[in-house]
Design a protein around this ligand. Structure first.
Ligand SMILES: NC(=O)C1=CN([C@@H]2O[C@H](COP(=O)(O)OP(=O)(O)OC[C@H]3O[C@@H](n4cnc5c(N)ncnc54)[C@H](OP(=O)(O)O)[C@@H]3O)[C@@H](O)[C@H]2O)C=CC1
Ligand SMILES: CC(=O)C(=O)O
Ligand SMILES: [Mg+2]
Length: 768
């Protein structure tokens, strides 16, 4: 008997589904509906314009409605996971689940549709009639053999992709796992023996795709509820199964499994008994993919065959061979070129992209998803579902295959630009960071990382090197860095991809001590203290490297206190001309857009002068993101409504900015809602200079700034970038201990672009 769900998982899942409100989905409006005019545009009479445009040209539906991004996840509930024919209502949680995965992994909107219809022909009519609603149809958990006929007919009748996920999504990911598993075992697909348990939707589609990859039909043995599928079997046969019928007197799974290189289980929990594994070929690939209970639990399989590579469909074991690795991305690619179908070439392109991705070094984002980030090997034959590169690799490959085979009705002008644009689904910071990432790549500078042994830095450096953003220098002990790189399965190499400064043994040690004494000797630092610090304090080492020109920018702060890091940077690197004190600008990316907050980390209670300096300095940092700064001096007071000292301070700061930088778009003093909503602002002070939502919020003091920043992060699930340190003479940034590897990549791009500007300024001043 297969293991059942643990009571902890069962009760956790029921709470997850019922709280805080029932189900996993809701409909969200994407347009404002706040006044009479919005109503007239969204609905009658304005909506008629959109209707008439589509009536005149149906292609306009892609521009004026959600259709091109909307997929039906449709089931009649006849083969729900491995739970069987539990009916359409009980299938609804699975369909809602698929909808969430489509949205989460590929930004595709889904209506889940559960149809109470067993009759294939009537179901076909229902689905075909839905064509005007959707850009694609994902058929789900419809049992074999009816599912074959249903899909076949719908593909003929409909001009949008119809894709039975249990067949083809599963087949694609199985093909990728088999490709990689056989490569590791050193076996050729043409010679391997494959034994399948299950002869339904998933099994037959997987076997067909394996045959197109080179597997020999005579090497494939299929079993189902009746046992071995053999020629002339009188019961439970259909024309799709018959393709794999063998001329044999073998009748059971136990009869056919000896010598098998691959066990493909897409049937039901617990059907593969551990004692059967002993007779399998060396280094067998065991795919126990029934959900939620696999044909054999991995621990049992491992005990019986320690040399086996084991996959399941579940997320709580390594090697999750599940169609979630495919369906969001194959639809993304198909929808983005308005493909009329998903054909064999598109499926093979997806399978190859998935197999190839697993062989790349693991991604930093997988490490933070809790899914583990194992390097390619028997326990990591295929990518983790949280691997952000899935969409970046699969969707463009599929879109290109659709274009190459002539089924794309809206071909892409530039596949590379399309692939770049997909980063918006991966990194919430992707769009906002894009201008800086592109500029960093143009001229990567040397960035030194004080905490060069930290896992997040190493994972970030892998991404930075792959993306060509910077030449990293790690402060760290070579043996530690080396062993961690190996442990995390990264491919970066010292001396090739990054340089190393070893605090315990660097030939420049004496010079660094001398350089440190040069700048800090007059601040009470004795030579003895300097020698110790230059051996033990990695922030000091990184800062001296920047000062001496051994690096162009530094990043520190993964551990320790912000203020002590700041002091070292101030002492060693010093302040840029015209800057009296440093400050910190933080970016938060929310669902309503990005905005900057200053000063979130440095100055306790800046006066009007200091606030004005800070606002002017912030503007150039914001401009690097390709945004026009719309700045607001924030207060509890709205345009003079209060005369408190802090309101007067913000008014005075505004006046100073206006004198010193008259072109800056800035206004105040104003409350936060006045700054963020034009509608509110129009009521308070319609003549304000800023337009739309302010994107730079200058706060009256550190408490206000830091609280606003942390609250936005927590309440709005906003993504932070920074803090960006403003004011050091050369680029230096202090991240916070909660930073992720992606956060380090982002701040690196910022530092590189700053360093490029410094280099240009140095050249310009040398020339004059
Ligand atoms: N990991 C993944 O990504 C995926 C996993 N699956 C899993 O695969 C399984 C099958 O799904 P699907 O193909 O859609 O369903 P189908 O109903 O189309 O097929 C089920 C097949 O399994 C066979 N079967 C059922 N019980 C047993 C048993 N005790 N012993 C041997 N064979 C059995 C059936 O035999 P018969 O033909 O005789 O009725 C049938 O051939 C499910 O557990 C599902 O969760 C499916 C899709 C994706
Ligand atoms: C994963 C999936 O689609 C299934 O088990 O049915
Ligand atoms: Mg399914």
């Amino acid at each position: 008997m297969a293991a059942k769900l643990s009571s902890d998982l069962r009760s956790g899942a029921l709470v997850y589904h019922s709280h805080p409100k029932p189900g996993k989905l809701e409909i969200k409006a994407t347009k404002p509906l706040g006044n009479q005019r919005d109503l007239a545009l969204a609905y009658s009479p304005g909506v008629a314009a959109a209707c008439e445009a589509i009536a005149a040209d149906p292609a306009e539906a892609a521009r004026l409605t959600i259709r091109q991004n909307l997929v039906a996840v449709l089931s009649n509930g006849t083969a729900v996971l491995g739970l069987g024919d539990i009916g359409p209502l009980a299938a609804k949680p699975v369909m809602e689940g698929k909808a969430v995965l489509f949205k989460k992994f590929a930004g595709i909107d889904v209506f889940d549709i559960e149809v109470a219809e067993h009759d294939p022909q009537r179901l076909i009519n229902v689905v075909a009639a839905l064509e005007p609603t959707f850009g694609g149809v994902n058929l789900e958990d419809i049992k074999a053999p009816e599912c074959f006929e249903i899909e076949e007919q719908l593909r003929e009748r409909m001009s949008i992709p119809v894709f039975h996920d249990d067949q083809h999504g599963t087949a694609i990911i199985v093909a990728a796992a088999v490709t990689n598993g056989l490569a590791l075992a050193g076996k050729d697909i043409a010679n391997v023996k494959i034994v399948a348990s299950g002869a339904g939707a998933a099994a037959l589609a997987c076997l067909n795709l394996l045959v197109s990859l080179g597997a020999k039909r005579e090497n494939i043995w299929v079993t189902d509820l009746e046992g071995v599928v053999y020629e002339g079997r009188p019961v439970l046969m259909d024309r799709w199964k018959a393709i794999f019928a063998q001329n044999t007197d073998k009748r059971t799974l136990a009869d056919v499994i000896p010598g098998a290189d691959i066990f493909l289980g897409v049937s039901a929990g617990g059907v593969l008994k551990p004692e059967l594994l002993a007779a399998m070929a060396p280094r067998p690939l065991i795919m126990a993919l029934a959900n939620p209970y696999p044909e054999i639990m991995p621990d049992e399989a491992e005990k019986a065959r320690p040399d086996a590579m084991i996959c399941t469909g579940r997320s709580d074991f390594p090697n999750q061979v599940n169609n979630v690795l495919c369906f969001p991305f194959i639809f993304r690619g198909a929808l983005d070129v308005a493909a009329t179908t998903i054909n064999e070439e598109m499926k093979l392109a997806a399978a190859h992209a998935i197999a190839a991705l697993a062989r790349e070094a693991p991604s930093d984002m997988v490490a933070t998803s809790g899914g583990g980030a194992q390097p390619f090997g028997p326990r990591s034959l295929i990518p983790n579902p949280f691997d952000p590169r899935l969409i970046l690799r699969i969707a463009p490959a599929v879109a290109k295959a659709a274009m190459d085979t002539g089924v794309a009705t809206r071909p892409l002008a530039d596949v590379k630009a399309y692939a770049d644009s997909l980063t918006r689904f991966v990194f919430r910071s992707g769009f906002v960071m894009k201008p800086l990432i592109s500029r960093a790549r143009e001229n990567p500078m040397r960035v030194i990382y004080a905490e060069g042994e930290d896992e997040r830095v190493l994972r970030a450096v892998q991404a930075i090197v792959e993306d060509g953003l910077a030449h990293p220098i790690l402060v760290g002990r070579p043996a530690v860095v080396e062993s961690r790189i190996k442990r995390f399965g990264l491919t970066i190499r010292q001396g090739v991809d990054f340089d190393l400064t070893n605090p315990e043994d660097d030939p420049r040690y004496r010079d660094y001590v001398a350089a440190y004494l040069d700048v800090a000797g007059r601040k009470g630092i004795t030579p003895d203290a300097a020698r110790t610090l230059v051996r033990t304090n990695n922030t000091v080492i990184a800062a001296i490297a920047v000062r001496r020109g051994d690096a162009d920018a530094m990043i520190c702060g993964l551990e320790g206190r912000f203020q002590s890091r700041l002091r070292h940077i101030g002492d060693i690197i010093g302040l840029a001309p015209g800057i009296k004190e440093m400050s910190a600008l933080s970016l938060v990316i929310t669902s309503k857009g990005p905005f900057f907050i200053a000063d979130t980390h440095v100055r306790q209670d800046p006066n009007a002068e200091e606030l004005a300096d800070m606002a002017i300095a912030c503007a150039s940092h914001v401009a690097r993101f390709g945004m026009e700064p719309q700045m607001a001096m924030l207060s509890h007071s709205d345009f003079g409504s209060s005369d408190s000292p802090s309101a007067r301070k913000m008014r005075a700061a505004l006046e100073l900015v206006r004198e010193r930088a008259p072109d800056l778009v800035i206004d105040g003093e104003m409350a936060a809602d006045t700054a963020l909503s034009e509608m509110v602002r129009d009521k308070v002070y319609p003549n304000a200079r800023i337009k739309g939502a302010a994107n730079v919020l200058i706060m009256p003091n550190l408490d206000a700034a830091n609280i606003a920043f942390q609250m936005t992060r927590a309440v709005a699930d906003a993504l932070p970038v920074g803090p960006i340190l403003i004011g050091p003479a050369q680029p230096a940034h202090i991240v916070t201990p909660s930073v992720t590897a992606r956060g380090i990549v982002n701040i690196t791009a910022i530092a590189v672009v700053e360093a490029q500007e410094h280099a240009r300024n140095r050249l310009a001043s040398a020339a004059t």
